[in-house]
Design a protein around this ligand. Structure first.
Ligand SMILES: [Zn+2]
Ligand SMILES: [Zn+2]
Length: 166
């Protein structure tokens, strides 16, 4: 235990607080691996809850700006690592809009969604449903195994259109 008290200042202060509160509440198995796992889980949960609340996909910068409100010291590379894990676990989906900027959206149990980006106001609109179902069924009947698909639609939305006619 002493090893962690000297090597991990963050744990030290957590432990000290716990010890002050109640010596029995200090977990015996706290070690670096556990600690990192707990921290990563917390970060992933935060990312998920932010994405869940959002009605549209968020770019990495938008996500970052929301995350630092809760975890001010988090590095962008840490966020990327957590996002990769969430993508691997199939909990979130990524979208490429223009300029190669990647957006992330919570997947949940629902059918996946597609979005349209307005070039004018940069607002993101969602398609009511996936229009590729029928085409996919046809392709699969031909024996092709589909892994993923993306639809990229960009344009000018209704409220931006009048400004764009000239
Ligand atoms: Zn617009
Ligand atoms: Zn689709």
């Amino acid at each position: 235990m002493k090893k962690y008290l000297t090597e991990m200042p963050e744990i030290t202060s957590v432990l000290n607080q716990s010890i002050k509160r109640c010596i029995l509440s200090v977990p015996e198995t706290v070690n670096e691996g556990e600690y990192m796992k707990v921290r990563s889980t917390k970060q992933k949960q935060l990312i998920i809850s932010i994405l869940k609340e959002s009605e549209r996909p968020l770019s990495i910068n938008e996500l970052y700006n929301k995350i630092i409100l809760e975890l001010p010291r988090i590095a962008k590379s840490t966020i990327y690592r957590n996002i990769d894990l969430l993508l691997e676990q199939n909990l979130i989906e990524k979208y490429h809009f223009k300029d190669n900027e990647i957006f992330y959206f919570y997947k949940g149990d629902d059918e996946h969604k597609h979005f349209i980006l307005c070039d004018g106001c940069k607002k993101i609109y969602n398609l009511p449903s996936c229009p590729l179902k029928e085409i996919e069924d046809y392709i699969e009947k031909e024996g092709f195994i589909i892994k993923d698909h993306q639809i990229q639609i960009t344009g000018i939305c209704k409220s931006c259109a009048p400004k764009n006619t000239k």
